[in-house]
Design a protein around this ligand. Structure first.
Ligand SMILES: [Zn+2]
Length: 314
């Protein structure tokens, strides 16, 4: 039986798992990303953890800011391992097996197509909502890579020209409002001007997280509801632009923030209603990824290598 290693490198956690070709996870583990000063340290740690679990048929890596043509992580604003990190080369040399690196959002899209709800879909997007905001796109049944291997940086589309400073150097990028830090920042700004009756005041500022904010919104906390309303409105703007330009049949939401499932979906749908062009309104929908709870990042990375090596093996 062929087994594959999938590695999902995020701004907060590195998760990895071994699965068979059907996407059944046989082993998984995770580390905090900032516990490694370099990518080499991370790869050595994973290698020693998996020593007894080899042989593997291949490794798939999903990471932010991967240039799929160079197979390097390039200028990732949410990672501190240097400007250019040859991530595929480091893994391949250490493990000495076929390795592929893909943009984490593309990995999520490939995972959705292989193991999720999109096997029949030819035009769809997967938005990853976490430390950053990414987009994996299938157009005409193919993943969009772009001219330079860098397509899908939805998080850095500018929604407020004079808005918040982004780690990429621009002002007003989408992810400064709807990624993890952006949501918490909005909540802190709103709390400063609230009368003090919010449930969020009971949480220390360093503990405040999107999960806590969505939890308070479910209890009808007015400040939390206002934050969720702003976040879902910005998300709806981004989705409507995608759908109106690309005529997508579905946009999947995945990542840590998408674990707030129904509330996130319901509020985003409410804002979307008027933003999507009338002739596309009933033909496109949003969905929380059904593989999100099963670690879609790892599954996506596995699907990426399986689609490459699996064909060679079969
Ligand atoms: Zn940016």
């Amino acid at each position: 039986m062929s087994t594959y290693l999938g590695v999902d490198i995020g701004g907060t956690n590195v998760c990895y798992g071994i699965s068979n070709a059907d996407g059944e996870i046989l082993y998984e583990n995770s580390f905090k990303t900032d516990s490694f000063k370099t990518a080499d340290e991370l790869v050595s740690k994973i290698h020693s953890d998996l020593k007894r679990k080899q042989p593997l048929a291949g490794i798939g890596i999903g990471a932010p800011s991967v240039n799929e043509r160079t197979q390097c992580i390039e200028f990732a604003p949410n990672l501190n391992w240097g400007d250019i990190v040859p991530i595929q080369k480091i893994f391949q040399e250490k493990f000495d097996i076929e390795t592929v690196a893909v943009n984490d959002a593309n990995a999520a899209a490939i995972g959705e197509k292989t193991y999720g709800d999109a096997p029949e879909m030819k035009n769809f997007g997967v938005i990853t909502l976490g430390t950053g905001i990414g987009l994996g796109l299938y157009i005409n049944n193919e993943v969009v890579i772009g001219a330079n291997g860098l397509a899908g940086e939805l998080g850095h589309s500018i929604i407020r020209p004079d808005g918040r400073e982004c780690k990429c150097g621009n002002l007003g990028c989408l992810e400064t409002y709807i990624a993890k830090e952006g949501i918490v920042r909005t909540a802190k700004e709103k709390l400063e001007f609230s009368s003090g009756g919010s449930l969020l005041n009971n949480i220390s500022p360093s503990e405040l997280s999107p999960t806590e904010i969505f939890k308070a919104a479910r209890k009808e906390d007015p400040v939390a509801l206002e934050v969720v309303d702003l976040v879902t409105k910005d998300l709806a703007f981004a989705i409507s632009n995608l759908v109106n330009i690309l005529d997508l049949e579905c946009v999947f939401l995945t990542g840590g923030i998408a674990k707030n499932g129904n509330l996130l979906k319901r509020k985003t749908e409410k804002h979307l209603k008027t933003l999507i062009l009338p002739n596309l309104r009933d033909k496109s929908f949003i969905k929380i990824s059904s593989i999100n709870d099963k670690n879609s990042g790892v599954l996506g990375a596995i699907a990426s290598i399986h689609s490459k090596v699996g064909i060679l093996l079969s």
